[in-house]
Design a protein around this ligand. Sequence first.
Ligand code: WTA
Length: 664
Amino acid sequence: MTEQLGNPTLENLLTETRAFPPSPELAAQANAQPEIYDRASTDRLGFWAEQARSLLTWSTPFTEVLDFSDAPRARWFGDGQLNATYNAVDRHVEAGNGDRVAILFEGEPGDTRSITYAELQREVSRAANALGTLGVTTGDRVAIYLPMIPEAVIAMLACARIGATHSVVFGGFSAEALFSRIIDADAKVVITSDGGYRRGRASALKPAVDEALAKGETTVTNVLVVRRTGQEVDWTAGRDIWWDDALAAEPDTHLPVPVDAEHPLFILYTSGTTGKPKGILHTTGGYLTQCAYTHLNVFDLKPETDVYWCTADIGWVTGHSYVTYGPLINGATQLLYEGTPDTPHKGRWWELVQKYGVTILYTAPTAIRTCMKWGEDVPDQFDLSSLRILGSVGEPINPEAWMWYRRVIGADRTPIVDTWWQTETGAIMISPLPGVTATKPGSAQVPLPGIVADIWNDAGEPVGKGGGGYLVLPEPWPAMLRGIWGDEQRFKDTYWARFPGIYFAGDGAKYDDDGDIWLLGRVDDVMNVSGHRLSTTEIESALVSHPSVAEAAVVGASDDTTGQAVVAFVILRGEAVGRADEVGEGSDVVAELRNHVAKQIGPIAKPRSILVVAELPKTRSGKIMRRLLRDVAEHRPVGDVTTLADNSVMDLISSGLNAAPAAD
Ligand code: WTA
């Protein structure tokens, strides 16, 4: 299991002694006070019931808290009813906060929009009515394929308002990936846009939807198209409808539909160890409870005064829980930014922090490392004094990046919350609490109050302080996934079989001598590139679907900026071998294969380098030894080759290759 250790390495974590206690001022006014841990552990279910009652408004109050008799599928607050959008929007208007800004939008070109809760209520109501007019009802699925614009949030809330289950597909995914997700979920409507702004230009989105829907028979009856860039779009009469036209035709009031607590709120596809992405299913009551609770306590949110900014795209779970649901349920004011951090200049994020007076920033280690590379004189040009809490998510944050984040962005003053969780957990599970925890560079530290996490060895025994092994979640939690869409068996096999009946997260972890948890990266064939999960098998399948490729093996190699990078080894087929100018990088066929992967999955999956090889290292039983390939990709001497069927293979690979990264 030590094969895929990410950052930090075991060596540096064992010597970490720095700790940053909260300031007395923060401790005194923080939402979370130290006794919350005791309260939660004394009566865990009572604690969650209290959170569910105090943070959400229920149309039918629940009496049951947890029913795990049908394990591993849990029911939380099972006899209660509520509506997610009512909780995220309407009740704030009813409470007299309709004029509070919900979304401060900044487009990449610099266009802005400010949307109050009252405006959001009207807009979401129109959108919900429009979906109803298209025949979408409670229980249907809607695919959302949009850039980071307010309509993305509005579309999600419109679905939730009528009890339709949304499936957001990241706008950077290919037509192929969109098609397979539409098919898997039997989506009835797709909500997209003409395009979005990315790196200074309008980039089209609608053509990918057209291409996806042309790939085969689907259940899609309509495509709603938001006008964002004004680009020319192909139009399928009868199927395609402009979002603006559809909304303009509808009233701006709509009664939210109360649904059962266990009603499916969304499906979100994520990479697993096999080629086919898994549709992670989340339901309503438990998910929203934990989103609201974590957002309030981990970020110490004060809805009246904070300006919160989570930089994640809504195509990922972080965008679901900490852009759409958590912040809006809590009545926060948040910034939504469409573009990249370096357009039109490398100080764009910090300029936005200054412009909007952002107080809470939640981002990913890869972004922090990128900013480190650009130099601290970039953020130093801006006034970042409004910031008071900094968050990190998506991959282990190395202590150097953590310290830089605190010192340069947080003026050596702001607590950093390193939050560990997954698409499957739905919400934050392990994190310090600002105002309570003395934070430690590089460690996510402790399970949140109400959450049980532990580290076990191969035999399923707790390792205790100072020990390392597998991260497990021994007790159910409210926002836990309720299954894999349409594949109950895969749900059981993937998460509940490694240690029978216990949730295994797929991450390696270690306790330090204080009992703080350090995450060490995935122990399976899932890579983490810039905080995005990619499956080695999925990329291998994409490669072998190309006619020139006979065989492919993909590994995640450490990368200073992106955490891991995709490195592929391919064996070409007959005539393609002749087309590669020389064995190795830089040939036309390599460029073609990199583009092929981008087309099959999306640009984020594009290998950093593809190495053309004559053989792959295999064991006698035919398993590819990725460990050895990783050694090559990371420029290390190759390790133990004694289990190879033919141990001259590694010599052949190492001698024929120059594994220098092919950047783009
Ligand atoms: C990794 C993103 C270390 C981990 C919310 C997990 C982390 C996977 C952290 C889930 C963190 C996420 N420290 N590792 N703070 N946060 N991870 O589903 O390997 O996109 O299993 O969810 O990211 O990625 P996912």
